[in-house]
Design a protein around this ligand. Structure first.
Ligand SMILES: [Zn+2]
Length: 241
């Protein structure tokens, strides 16, 4: 974890958030166990102390929104923010290459509708501050036939209503889709709706910190964003970038 902080500081990052995958009683091998939460939180807090004045470090979790598996220990955790992400549709892990066959069985637009319904439900739950990779379902290039913005509109309205921010996540550049989440047309609508954005490299390795940082900053500015959201103790501040 310290190597992540050092790399971020080296790149001149002012504020760096840890958002490891929160525990859940499903798909356990991709996340920490409930018993590891305290160790994780203490480790981040120790780094906050050690690097005080050099780089601001935030404590967070990326939480799977999967109906029936929302856990109080996670949603009530005393952290700066929770990223709400949808990685499963009816327990189908659609972003996992192991289960790519799931796309072949059904109408692609029906899958997209179900995905964005889950995003809307996540926003309405009120547990989360940031929407993780808003259009993750595009990861393997299974794009909808209908207009993406139309499909996402109810979810975007729910997000607006909830007061959440949406991350611009550069991990998509590392995946078959080859672009950030969310796609540009969604970003334009997010800007029109005045939903705040924040930035994420979704780094799972030290080398991925700040990945495509200049590209996503430029894109955000081109779309018209001037400020980005930072959450401390689940309170939002908008700062210039
Ligand atoms: Zn994720």
């Amino acid at each position: 974890m310290e190597a992540y902080v050092q790399e971020a500081a080296k790149q001149g990052v002012d504020i760096f958030g840890f958002s490891d995958h929160a525990p859940m009683a499903f798909d356990k091998k991709y996340r920490m166990r409930f018993e590891q939460m305290a160790e994780y939180e203490v480790s981040v807090q120790a780094l906050q102390q050690k690097y005080q004045g050099e780089i601001e470090i935030l404590l967070a979790y990326e939480v799977d929104y999967l109906e029936g598996f929302v856990d109080e220990r996670v949603v009530r955790a005393d952290v700066d923010y929770l990223i709400g992400s949808v990685h499963f549709i009816d327990k189908w892990g659609f972003d996992n290459p192991e289960f790519i066959g799931g796309y072949e069985d059904r109408d692609i637009d029906a899958i997209w509708q179900e995905y964005f319904s889950a995003i809307a439900a996540m926003a309405k739950s009120g547990h989360f501050q940031i929407v993780g990779h808003l259009d993750l379902l595009k990861v393997f290039k299974y794009l909808p036939k209908s207009d993406m913005v139309e499909l996402a509109m109810d979810a975007l309205n729910a997000i607006k209503e909830s007061g959440m921010a949406i991350e611009i996540n550069s991990a998509g550049f590392r995946k078959p889709i080859g672009e950030q989440y969310p796609t540009r047309s969604l970003l334009k609508t997010i800007h029109q709706l005045e939903i705040p954005i924040t930035f994420s490299s979704d780094a799972h390795k030290v080398e991925q910190i700040g990945y495509k940082r200049d590209a996503v900053l430029q894109l955000a500015r081109a779309v018209g964003f001037k400020k980005c959201a930072v959450f401390r103790q689940k309170k939002m501040e908008l700062i210039n970038f």
